[in-house]
Design a binder for this molecule. Sequence first.
Ligand code: URA
Length: 188
Amino acid sequence: MNTQEQLDALAQEIIDTKLCPELGAQATQLVMGDGRPDADIVFIGEAPGKKEDLDGVPFVGASGKFLNAMLEAAGMSRSDVYITNIVKYRPPGNRDPLPAEKAAFLPYLLRQLDIIAPKVVVTLGRHSMEYFLPGAKIGEVHGQLHQVRIDDHEYTVVPLFHPAAALYNGSLRQTLVDDFVRIPEMIE
Ligand code: URA
């Protein structure tokens, strides 16, 4: 199986095992990920919102437009990277994903990363940062490379602010953009 086929099989497994059935029942569909299945950079958000749920694609709403603009500013496009979320069903009313929901999706996220094998994992916001850097404060660690070991796997992680948090906050927005455009040089 090629990388995309492995990702498709993993998505089907999430559906077949009826992971988080209450979430799944309220969602339009599973939102697995978007972009290059063997990308060097994987971005991990929180959970799909309304538009993502309808389209089946992560980050296509307001934060997605901002993410696309930052990718362009950094000399990349969505097809160069892979974009996903921790929780792959939309939480009703856009509430925060529950700890149990995030925990249920964690093994699948790690398997997804295993398949893609990126050089760098970029977490967007505190929910996905918590997975890799438990207890870290985003204000202190954003934009820096961290080597993280989980279950025999090494990850190079760069935590960033979430685009939705930065969208309407001028100084946070500038911080996020500044961190973002440094990603390509960090990979070198
Ligand atoms: N916010 C997220 O965290 N993920 C999306 O897919 C869209 C908005």
